[in-house]
Design a protein around this ligand. Structure first.
Ligand code: PEP
Ligand code: MN
Length: 337
């Protein structure tokens, strides 16, 4: 259930509502908007009589949230969430570009990529150090050494970092080097990992599983939010359909649908979404036009020799050209880049 407080409700009145919710066995999540404080009560709220809250001083209105995801629902924070990553804000006016190689391969490779993407206007450096690979015989990532190289290259170019964490035990190590913890598509329903990420306060980039419905994605986010970590971004990265021509089917409609259903920022990954460099540019443009808050793109200075995902990695000059195009689209939409 949700209790929306009046504009200017006093702290004492808010606290009285929280106390009553707690006394009914609910866990309370507080969201302070510019105008209204919203209190989300999670737990056995089906039988709670909402009228008792409606008459309390300072209360504007009460609702039941019909969707199974409560804290992720747009109703909880109608104004939207801005996830802060240092000086970068995802979900605000400015479109955020995250770019870099699929995996960190060497000091030279990540340095060259960091330099190229920073010069073109990216603000977050991506690069996997723990890689979830379809085959156990392919490159699995450099592990901690990869995290160190990613961090050092990002710091040299004033970039934030995003990298994948695959299991709960890796969280402290990855969090030491990364500004954003990525949950890969294959791990979207790894509930132990999601719960553990609810305990930290670092931003999380949660990728949509290739066969996940929006409800499943939002319930996965709910695991993290219900632990008290509200810094969650959702990422459309292509789904599996009957079509096999491309690696995945990039679901552009997911962008407006998620904006409607949730307050969480929406990110798109046209690299994994298509699997082919020549398709990344049009899909990146489409994602921005559809209202995405950020893009995550694979960029490699020598993609033909990349250790993973070379075919979908942009060359620096292609990335630079894309940035020019995206700036023009962002301007039309009243967004900055
Ligand atoms: C990645 O970003 O490198 C990755 C493995 O993505 P996904 O989990 O979407 O396949
Ligand atoms: Mn990849």
């Amino acid at each position: 259930m949700l209790v929306v407080m009046e504009e200017g409700a006093r702290e004492q009145q808010i606290q009285a509502v929280i106390d009553r919710m707690v006394s009914l066995g609910l866990t309370v999540h507080r969201s302070s908007g510019i105008r209204h404080t919203v209190l989300g009560g999670v737990g056995p709220s089906e039988t709670v009589d909402l009228a008792q809250f409606e008459v309390m001083p300072g209360v504007k209105e009460c609702h039941r949230i019909a969707s199974p995801y409560k804290l992720a629902s747009r109703q909880f924070r109608p104004q939207g969430t801005v996830v802060k990553v240092g000086r970068v804000e995802v979900g605000g006016e400015r479109l955020v570009i995250m770019a870099g190689p699929c995996a960190v391969e060497s000091e030279e490779q990540i340095e060259q990529a960091a330099e190229a993407v920073a010069r073109a206007g990216a603000v977050v450096l991506r690069g996997g150090a723990f890689k979830p690979r379809t085959s156990p015989y392919t490159f699995q990532g450099l592990g901690e050494q990869g995290l160190k190289l990613l961090r050092a290259a990002a710091d040299r170019h004033g970039l934030a970092t995003v990298t994948e964490v695959m299991e709960p035990a890796q969280i402290p190590l990855v969090a030491e080097y990364a500004d954003i913890l990525q949950v890969g598509a294959r791990n979207m329903q790894n509930y132990n990992l999601l719960r553990a990420l609810g305990e930290v306060r670092k931003p999380v980039l949660l990728k949509r599983g290739p066969s996940a419905t929006f409800e499943e994605l939002l319930l996965a986010a709910e695991y993290i939010l219900s632990g008290g970590n509200y810094n969650v971004m959702l990422c459309e990265r292509g789904i599996r359909t009957f079509e096999t021509y491309l690696r995945y089917t990039m679901d552009i409609a997911a962008i407006p649908v998620l904006h409607k259903l949730t307050h969480l920022p929406v990110v798109a990954d046209p690299s994994h979404g298509t699997g082919r460099r020549d398709m990344v540019l049009p899909m990146a443009r489409a994602a921005v036009a559809a209202g995405v808050d950020a893009l995550i793109l694979e960029v490699h200075c020598d993609p033909d020799r990349a250790w993973s995902d070379g075919a979908q990695s942009l060359r620096p000059e292609e990335f630079t050209e894309l940035m020019v195009q995206l700036r023009a689209i962002a301007t039309v939409l009243g967004r900055k880049l």
